[in-house]
Design a protein. Structure first.
Length: 153
């Protein structure tokens, strides 16, 4: 269920709370190939099916940065901030890629609201996003996402 926040006070009260999980997302080769084309990262472990079959992961894997970029897909499934006239991605702190995401596997995210800090015109929210791999023992990615929500007048 998506958590909906209508005030800074509601957000602040949610610090330390867990959100999610999101829906599962299957990582398909077409998504990995499109990401490779968009970024110019055509390393064989991502795009060469034949070579990757005999490589260290037994098949192609998603780019770590592809997995990280999917936080933009997962965050709106975890929470919605309605008091905001505008929300922006402000940055990231501590990002780790702790397990490869094999093509064909399914991933999802859980989140924890780590902090809520007032800033000029709004609030800054840090959400620790953990991307899980179905059946995996370690997450694919753990990242502290930083968003700024400007309060509407």
């Amino acid at each position: 269920m998506i958590a909906v926040f209508r005030s800074v006070e509601e957000l602040a009260a949610a610090v330390g709370s867990k959100r999610g999980p999101t829906d599962w997302l299957t990582i398909e080769q077409s998504r990995v190939d499109a990401f490779a084309d968009a970024t110019g990262d055509h390393q064989w472990i991502h795009v060469d099916l034949e070579r990757a079959r005999t490589g260290p992961f037994g098949g192609t894997i998603a780019h770590g940065y592809l997995t990280l970029s999917l936080c933009s897909l997962f965050l709106p499934q975890l929470m919605r901030v309605e008091m905001s006239g505008m929300g922006i991605n402000y940055g990231l702190d501590r990002v780790r890629f702790t397990a490869p995401v094999r093509v064909g596997s399914r991933i999802r995210a859980v989140g924890e609201i780590a902090s809520v800090t007032p800033v000029t015109g709004g609030v800054q929210v840090v959400v620790r996003v953990t991307v899980e791999i179905e059946g995996g023992t370690r997450p694919a990615c753990v990242a502290d996402t930083i968003s700024r929500f400007m309060v509407s007048a």
